[in-house]
Design a protein around this ligand. Structure first.
Ligand code: NFE
Ligand code: MG
Length: 479
């Protein structure tokens, strides 16, 4: 007889996420993912000045603020019919890129790593390294259960690697803090970049500021290349079977981004049975079959068939997986394929470990791209074109961009200078939305079929590893 395994809330994710599964003879046979808290961001924009959207939508989330600022600005620029100068676009890419890498570091070290590593061997550390002495004290604190071996599981056995990961866990926090100061130098402040405006950036960029940003980028890049990517590769070697776990079985979708410079870093597109097609926005549809909304979008908290506040996102009537893995799949990245081949993976396919690896490689690619972009900045040239914000603008604008977790778009409609409709379409809705039209949601599908008996992890640890490999953000997904 199937047994029920519910995790509510799942810890170490942004927002409120519920996992419901049925496990039959060690195999997950049914799964439902629920977003548990309604937010109302799209509603509270109604009636406001359009430019407020670039301020307010950054507050959608506690971890991915800048991405909403950028997507919102792109939508506003289409609405107002304005083109920012090259410097303005370039600064935006610099902000977006350094933010994404910091977000990836936070996902791996702070949110995901506790699923794989146990640092309890360090509790009795007697050596002279002051950093490890401090970690030993932290592990021994009576209220600390993180990395402390408190939960049973098939944690990493390689103690040398686990010790390196423990050091990197804390170093990653420092790196992210410095990256945030680089973002603040260009974006005005962190979190929530005030300098992002339709038409460009309001920041007065000087050589000093660029040098400050450059230094934070170099520190981030060094950590990514010397710690994050090598450590992910080592972890992948220790958990090879996770290249065969968590396959959602859907195609990949990505938006184009980092389009400044000689060639875009990421092309947009959709995979279709091994080929690549152009992304067509008119094929995207939002659904409410199992979500707490009526068909007209009004809230329906008592709807019997509903189990999530996340809407379903479909492309041509089907779910699509989004995220760093989707970006590298859509771009046919050669370096990624070489890394995968090292683990016997002959093609890019959806799995827990491919997602973790794609995130780390993408971080390296973004850092390199930002290095090249910095050289293209023209000191003394404008960063912004003025926009008449008093005009009673009428019309519609769309911004297609990316976030750490995948494809992101914002759409605004305005009448007489006021917002009459605002739509956020976010990555975690693509991945975490509920079933619809006979198709399970992406993460639900990744859970179904996972076998607990094949590995040594408990059901809850296995489910957590699969779900966290998508880097859930339910604050964004519900919005
Ligand atoms: Ni709240 Fe976000 C990112 C966006 S996820 S984290 O990345 O958009 O849906
Ligand atoms: Mg929406």
């Amino acid at each position: 007889m199937a047994k029920i395994l519910n995790i509510d809330p799942l810890s170490r994710v942004e927002g409120h996420l519920k996992i419901e599964t049925e496990v039959d003879r060690g195999v997950i046979v049914a799964a439902r993912i629920g977003g548990r808290m309604y937010r109302g961001l799209e509603h509270l924009l109604l009636g406001r000045h359009p430019v407020d959207a670039a301020r307010i939508t950054q507050r959608t989330c506690g971890i991915c603020h800048e991405v909403h600022g950028v997507a919102s600005i792109l939508a506003l620029e289409e609405l107002y019919g304005i083109e920012p100068p090259p410097n303005g676009r370039l600064l935006r890419d610099l902000i977006l890129g350094l933010h994404l890498v910091g977000d990836h570091l936070f996902h791996f070290y702070q949110l995901c790593l506790p699923d794989y590593a146990d640092f309890s061997h360090l509790r009795s550390y007697q050596g002279k390294d002051p950093r490890l002495q401090e970690i030993a004290r932290w592990l021994a604190a009576p209220d600390n259960r993180l990395f402390s071996g408190a939960a049973a599981g098939d944690y990493l056995r390689d103690r040398t690697l686990a010790t390196e990961l423990a050091l990197s866990y804390f170093e990653a926090l420092q790196v992210r803090r410095e990256a945030a100061s680089g973002l603040a130098i260009l974006g005005g402040k962190v979190p929530f970049a005030q300098a992002l405006m339709p038409g460009g950036l309001t920041t007065a960029v000087t050589t000093d500021k660029l040098m400050f940003f450059y230094r934070t980028l170099q520190k981030t890049r060094a950590f990514v290349e010397n710690r994050y990517l090598p450590q992910i590769l080592a972890l992948a070697g220790a958990f090879r079977d996770y290249f065969s776990l968590g396959n959602a079985g859907y195609e990949f979708l990505s938006h184009a981004s980092f389009t400044q410079g000689s060639a875009p870093l990421f092309h947009g597109g959709v995979t279709q049975a091994g080929t690549l097609e152009a992304f067509n926005p008119s094929l995207v549809a939002e659904g409410t079959e199992h979500a707490y909304y009526a068909e007209d979008g009004r809230l329906a908290a008592d709807k019997p068939a509903a189990y999530s506040w996340i809407k379903t996102m479909h492309y041509q009537g089907r779910p699509m997986e989004v995220g760093p893995l989707a970006r590298l799949a859509v771009n046919g990245d050669k370096e990624f394929r070489v890394l995968l081949a090292g683990f016997g993976e002959r093609q890019v396919r959806s799995s827990v470990m491919a997602r973790l690896l794609a995130r780390a490689l993408e971080s390296k690619l973004i850092c390199r791209h930002l290095d090249r972009l910095l050289e293209l900045y023209c000191l003394g040239e404008p960063t912004i074109v003025p926009v008449d914000l008093k005009q009673p603008v009428d019309g519609m604008g769309r911004g297609f961009s990316i976030a750490a977790r995948g494809a992101l778009s914002h759409q605004i409609e305005a009448r007489a200078g006021r917002v009459v409709r605002y739509q956020l379409r976010v990555p975690s809705a693509w991945n975490f939305g509920p079933a619809a039209g006979g198709h399970q949601g992406v993460v639900e599908a990744a859970l179904i079929g996972a076998s607990v008996t094949s590995g040594k992890a408990s059901e809850s640890l296995l489910a957590g590893r699969i779900v966290r490999s998508f880097d859930p953000c339910i604050a964004c997904a519900v919005h």
